[in-house]
Write a protein that binds this ligand. Sequence first.
Ligand SMILES: C[S@@+](CC[C@H](N)C(=O)[O-])C[C@H]1O[C@@H](n2cnc3c(N)ncnc32)[C@H](O)[C@@H]1O
Ligand code: SF4
Length: 451
Amino acid sequence: MPDAAHILEKFAQPVPRYTSYPTAPHFKADTGPALMQQLLAGLDDETPVSVYAHIPFCDKLCWFCGCHTKHTTKHDPITSYIGSLEQEIALLAERTDAAAPMGQLHLGGGSPSLLTPEDCQRLRIALEGTFVFTPDSEISVEIDPSDVTPGTLKAMKIIGLTRASIGVQDFDETVQRAINRPQSFELTREVAAALREAGIHSLNIDALYGLPLQTRDRLARTIDKVISISPDRVALFGYAHVPWMKKHQQMIREDDLPGALERFEQAELAARMLEDAGYLKIGIDHFARPDDKLAIAARTGHLRRNFQGYVTDQCSTLIGLGASSIGRFDGGYIQNIVPTGQYQTAVANGLLPAAKGFAMSRDDEIRGWMIERLMCDFKLTFQTLEDRFGATATPYVAEALRVAACEGDGLCEANGEEFFIPEDARPFARIVAARFDAYLNDSGARYSRAV
Ligand SMILES: C[S@@+](CC[C@H](N)C(=O)[O-])C[C@H]1O[C@@H](n2cnc3c(N)ncnc32)[C@H](O)[C@@H]1O
Ligand code: SF4
């Protein structure tokens, strides 16, 4: 069994979370519009595509937040932004004749729970003008419980919500004060019940470990409360402290942050509690009830990882809408302009807001596939690699065997059939995935802790 304290010290160097490969800091300027054109040319009326729409507004700013968002107490900026999303969708529609079926639509943020019924009506109509919603389309929204009013539930019904993701982070008041996020358990429980009453039977809860002043006791009490709400899924993320990128995280006292080993112990404790309550661990940081689609995808080798974390989405094309959104297709990635105002100006001027992109080489495709499988399944089957990439896979099998042969800390092993991360080493999957990352040391990009 790997020695956690030794590994955390030896691999203190932060590594990516691998929600894409290559990771976003490697995307190149000025390639976005051409890649978007390529993505649109690949659409047809039969193949479902997924859509991510980013809503970069919140009515309060939590100090821990790593998302691209902006504080607003007025609704006007959101109304104006919905107009920009309509313009962006129209710009895409002008460039394709296809009416692609909607696979999964995800509204993320920021806080899409601030949208009104009118906002959702406009967004739904705009999307229906370009994509075809079917009974199989899944629609999920990130919900901050403190935003929720009867109007929110109506808005969610209009957008067609099928799965809600509720932000909790931690219920302990001391931790909440240290991250500027007051949120009672009672309110959260009521919002979950209201969503269920409104017919939404698939609920996810986001919780965090590694927060300032968080202890194992405090986290355990939070996880007990999370379990009592009985969500179908739980995402248990490690707090990513990146104050050089997110200035408001400077409000968090670094002295209050748990150290690497304490973070590890917190993650292990929360995982044990969730597993004892009947959840299955999915990938490095998700949990799901055994009958949930995410657990089924993990069991059957269909789990995927994208910018939203672990997903069941099987669509090879993801279109990103809104400021900072990232889209993906077989040929690469596209990222929209990040500053919200600049994004809005671009679409108002009739320009595709795709600012950056990355065209994948064969090497990127193979390494991306290997990293995604390691992050999802904790193993790479050589036969599957060869079935997928043919003779070009041979050097990568040899590379995996070399990586395993050089491993001295028990983080990975190989036999004639597969390269794998043993069960005890799974919390360190990001460190193993990084061994196959050809870009890791040449970007100057800074990441968060590996665990
Ligand atoms: C867009 S945010 C949340 C949606 C909604 N605004 C809310 O706060 O409930 C999605 C999730 O990202 C996670 N998150 C945000 N900042 C993070 C950070 N610095 N490190 C790790 N996870 C983070 C949180 O768990 C959060 O619930
Ligand atoms: S955690 Fe949610 S509510 Fe808080 S600032 Fe981030 S996106 Fe907004």
